[in-house]
Write a protein that binds this ligand. Sequence first.
Ligand code: AKG
Ligand code: FE2
Length: 210
Amino acid sequence: MPLRLPNINGFAASELRGMRVFGGLLDAEAQERVVADLRDVTAAAPLFSPVTPSGKAMSVRMTSAGRFGWVSDSRGYRYSETHPDGVAWPAIPQSVRNIWDAVSGTAREPECCLINFYGPEAKMGMHQDRDETDFTQPVVSVSLGDDALFRVGNRTRGGKTESIWLRSGDVVVMGGEARLLFHGVDRIAEGTSTLLKSAGRINLTLRVVS
Ligand SMILES: O=C(O)CCC(=O)C(=O)O
Ligand SMILES: [Fe+2]
């Protein structure tokens, strides 16, 4: 996929190793709309604490919206059409789909909106997003709530990395050459945002799965 640098509503993307970073793409009202819509999602598909295949509890809590949700347990990491409780995932809210439409640069629709909730102590180790079928399709990440120190590495594990703080309303497109870069979250800066009722951060990742 060619690397496009769109200018959306006056927002020029900055770049981090080919990831496009739209700083402050969502204004306060847009952020509040998304958070309100996410409350409906988590009411139908509650946040759960995933366990890695090796049996370690992840520090983030998660749930999903869309046809597929991402799950992890002793059987491995995978996409599933049902929540661990057995229910279908709720639809991806329109407020979230609008973000995808603005920045993804693809005609495909997102099939999964993974919702990660980071408490003040949560982090996410360096990983690639590679449970999807088509790596020409981007992953779009939306940050809400407290700031997060986001680290980007290389296409193989290890090597030099670069970090940026992601703030509430920032949107990152991991596409093209940057689609398979290792990335993770080292820490959350507690109390840097008042968007959420409690301290912490929500990150959404929108994905084409099939
Ligand atoms: O929280 C973030 O900014 C990144 C989340 C992520 O990499 C993932 O869910 O795969
Ligand atoms: Fe990821």
